[in-house]
Design a protein around this ligand. Structure first.
Ligand SMILES: [Zn+2]
Length: 242
């Protein structure tokens, strides 16, 4: 997981239709009702998806897998919009359904199979229950890669994420960042990188121009593998010790 730099200005549809829907949902709450309807065509609009995908280099905000190769992916609500798994009768963070700061793009495995409506807090007593409460009083136990550098909380040993903080531990567990298929893919990535390191080591003193060219290519691949647009770049940073 790496820090995501979203444009500060929300896509237009969130400012227009999203804000209007939000007003209606807040009025619904104030009238005593606790059932909300959410318009996926607004928070999940193509313009929202594309802006997030661009900011996230086409990768899942949590596991850094390239999403679009195998599925459409989800516009994900960091604070779940319709319910909170740990809390009975919590209406969900309905007032953040169209809030740009609450939206990320994730793969279906991270979002649907693992995170779902989980949203643990260090201070459950301060949990916001409505738009009248202040979410800044909450201390979430899930990393928000749109706000802070996840590497403060999670580092890697080989292909496995290792927590550095309680937030890191809860995030790894809650989002399933040690799931087997993900570890397999990360392991495969490391195998390729080790092969590149071998090429560099074996060919570094060669005077043969073809070998020198291959060494240069291997060095370029390694340098590219830690950039934000590379899959599993956080793991690779730890692997290469950068
Ligand atoms: Zn994911």
């Amino acid at each position: 997981m790496i820090k995501i730099e979203k444009p500060s200005k929300p896509p237009k549809i969130l400012i227009g239709k999203g804000a209007k829907e939000n007003e209606e949902n807040c009025a619904t709450y104030d009238s005593g009702q606790r059932k909300f309807e959410f318009q996926k065509k607004i928070y999940g609009a193509q313009s929202v998806k594309n802006t997030l995908l661009h900011a996230q280099h086409g990768k899942c905000c949590y596991c850094e897998s390239r999403v679009r190769a195998t599925s459409y992916g989800d516009v994900e609500h960091y604070r779940p919009k319709g319910a909170v798994k740990q809390v009975k009768n919590h209406p969900g963070y309905y007032w953040l359904a169209y809030d740009w700061n609450n939206l990320l793009f994730s793969c279906e495995a991270c979002n649907r199979s693992h995170k779902g409506t989980l949203f643990p807090l260090k201070n459950p007593g301060a949990r916001a229950r409505s738009h009248h409460d202040d979410i800044d009083d909450e201390q979430p136990l899930f990393v928000n890669p749109g706000v802070e550098d996840p590497r403060k909380h999670i580092r890697f040993q080989g292909e496995s994420p290792v927590p550095r903080t309680k937030v890191g531990r809860k995030t790894i567990e809650g989002i399933g960042l040690r799931r087997e298929d993900l570890e397999d893919r990360r392991r495969e990535r490391l195998q390729v990188l080790r092969a590149l390191q071998d090429i560099i080591e074996i060919g570094k003193d060669s005077t043969d121009s073809k070998v020198k060219e291959k060494v240069r290519e291997a060095q370029e691949h390694l340098a590219a593998s830690i950039r934000p647009n590379a899959e599993y770049s956080s793991m690779v940073q730890d692997f290469l010790g950068t």
